[in-house]
Design a protein around this ligand. Structure first.
Ligand code: RIB
Ligand code: CA
Length: 314
């Protein structure tokens, strides 16, 4: 069993990830925390509770986190996920209640309360994670790893150079990448590879049980909206946290551009030979030894079938 905490801005691909994390038998989902991102925080919480219902999840604590980025104004992504952030499926609101603790305190208590290592899996802007690192640094050092969906060693999606989760809160991302905690970056270099089409939705509809039907309806809604294949997105970060062998990774130094220019929110991934990096231009970087495991490839067929099988489990 692996102990996971997910930080989400539930949108559709966060939902794909939550469905998996709540249902896979090797995952002990200790808790979920919500942050402003794809849509506003209130809607993220509503969506997250709905997804846990659809997953037929047990009593998993859900913490409410930051209402907006540290510096920038919120900038939402309804154009991707629908007006409600969850494909506009209009599922009934959940009767679940959120945990009374703020997200950062819930994360602290879950890590301190676990006798086994905990992996923190942010699938959203890193505002909650930065606030947790600044609030409880001694607890943060106990984390086994942070496996985050975010960044890119190639090009952006929110802008030409920046990936949405980093772009939404660059200062928070910079705090996380400079924390010294072991990090795996599941970025845009692999994010789009887990493509879903009608054939997968059809298979899930045939299972005719709540989690499969919900997953199928989300795929249907996104295909109707985007008229092309869609991606399981955030789910891949959870799967790679569980089975790192299903991806290849490269050790790189990663710096976040927090300037207010055209590359704001870009992740600058330095994979030049070490002798070039030591030329002094990035010496402080080297001294901090801020290396990150950046996902370069993933085993697409295995990961897609892993998701399908996990949703279909009775
Ligand atoms: O860039 C993709 C990321 O931004 C995903 O986590 C998606 O859910 C949005 O949060
Ligand atoms: Ca997300």
């Amino acid at each position: 069993m692996k102990n996971f905490i997910l930080d989400v801005d539930t949108g559709v691909d966060d939902a794909f990830a939550l469905l998996f994390a709540a249902r896979h038998p090797e995952i002990n989902l200790l808790g979920v925390t919500c942050v402003d991102g794809n849509t506003n925080l209130k809607q993220v919480v509503i969506n997250t509770l709905k997804v846990l219902d659809a997953a037929e999840a047990g009593d998993i604590p859900v913490g409410v986190g930051a209402t907006r980025p540290l510096i920038d104004e919120p900038r939402y992504a309804e154009y991707v996920h629908g007006a409600d952030g969850l494909g506009d499926l209009n599922y009934p609101e959940s009767t679940r209640t959120v945990d009374p603790r703020p997200a950062v305190e819930l994360i602290r208590d879950l890590v301190e309360g676990s006798k086994d290592p905990v992996t923190l899996i942010p699938l959203a802007p890193l505002t909650n994670i930065a606030l947790f690192l600044r609030s409880f640094p001694e607890t943060a050092k106990k984390l086994e790893r942070i496996v985050l969906m975010g960044g890119s060693a190639s090009q952006g999606n929110a802008t030409a150079s920046a990936e949405f989760n980093i772009w939404h809160d660059p200062e928070a991302a910079a705090i996380v990448f400079q924390s010294g905690i072991p990090i795996t970056m599941y970025g845009l270099d692999v994010f789009g590879d887990l493509k879903m089409d009608n054939s997968f939705a059809k298979r899930l509809h045939e299972k005719s049980h709540a989690p499969s039907t919900f997953g199928a309806k989300l795929i249907d809604a996104m295909l109707a909206r985007h008229k092309e294949e869609i991606t399981l997105g955030d789910y891949g970060a959870v799967a790679v946290a569980l089975y790192p062998e299903l991806s290849t990774q490269e050790t790189m130094k990663v710096m976040v551009d927090t300037t207010f220019g055209p590359n704001r929110g870009a992740t600058i991934c330095d994979h030049r030979p070490i002798e070039y990096q030591e030329l002094g231009y990035t010496k402080s970087w080297l001294e901090q030894n801020l290396t990150v495991q950046v996902c370069k490839t993933i085993k697409v067929d295995e990961l897609r079938e892993l998701w399908m099988d996990t949703l279909s489990r009775s």
